[in-house]
Design a protein around this ligand. Sequence first.
Ligand SMILES: *Cc1c(COP(=O)(O)O)cnc(C)c1O
Length: 338
Amino acid sequence: MLRTVFGTDNPATLPVSATGSGGMDALVANFVEADDRVVVGVNGLFGERLCDAVSRLGADPVRVEAEWGRAIDLEALIAAVPGADAVCVVHGETSTGVCQPVDGLGEACGENGALLLLDCVTSLAGQPVLLDEWGVDAAFSGTQKCLNAPPGLAPFTAGARAIEKLRARREPPRSWFFDLSLVLGYWDAEGGRVYHHTAPINMIYGLAEALRIVLEEGLEARWERHRTAHGALRAALAELGLERIAPDGEELWPLLAVRLPEGVEDAAIRGPLLTEHGIEISGGLGPLAGRAWRIGVMGEGARPEPQERLVRTLAQLMGRNAVPAVEALEAGWSTAAR
Ligand SMILES: *Cc1c(COP(=O)(O)O)cnc(C)c1O
């Protein structure tokens, strides 16, 4: 089921026993070595974290940047590939609500002998993720975003080129826990299972059920629902003066980040929204701190009912008329149904 959701045939597809951040550490620990030249796309918090993780391994991160709220120029990313050992990109930048296009990047990496490594934590099961088609060598995700399971596992996959690099490492991965070759000794059962660690089996059951639910809905239908939910909420919030930060074509369906209009104070709305109404949305990060809201459009949150409750409550707290916003929300959903 994980292979289907990732869009891959990779035999080495498994949930790492950790949250999404552990998936990131597992990715770099296995496929980056000290002194490697690693291109990292940086246009938000999670790109910064990848850079940090790569640096801690003693590798040399080459930053290709865009301002927070914009996708990274693909040409610039592709131009940085020659001479690189790996390219790390965040597909869904949750800190800004931007989805990074990767067209042609896998090809460039393949031609230059670099591994393409992708963070799909927020995009997986909420927006198309087609790892094999895109030429992605390894990727990770998390369970609590669009998979709609509790947090605690990091779905992970690695293709043949990545495994080859792992086998040919100059020194073993510096992390014992995340060393994929040890984990595969247990997981891949050939020659008998060799004990590595005790997997959090309660979470494995949770993930299995969540994946069944995803595939019951259908992956494409689920992407489409997230797209519709994003569009409907975007239209509703625009009626309240909250405009999306990401430009058309760069938006991350599972996360809508909007700019706060003049005179709207972040904490004055977000505080009571949570404490009095039990609805949590997130604030801006980095350069967007205090100037943006980040609203999850993930899994069961990507439905008309919770969105309407949010829109009505926001309108009330902002002292605005809720009617046009709710009408825009309904129109967004009903256009999709037709
Ligand atoms: C949430 C998230 C992570 C980290 O996942 P945790 O489960 O919180 O450890 C990593 N990358 C992105 C893009 C995320 O949105």
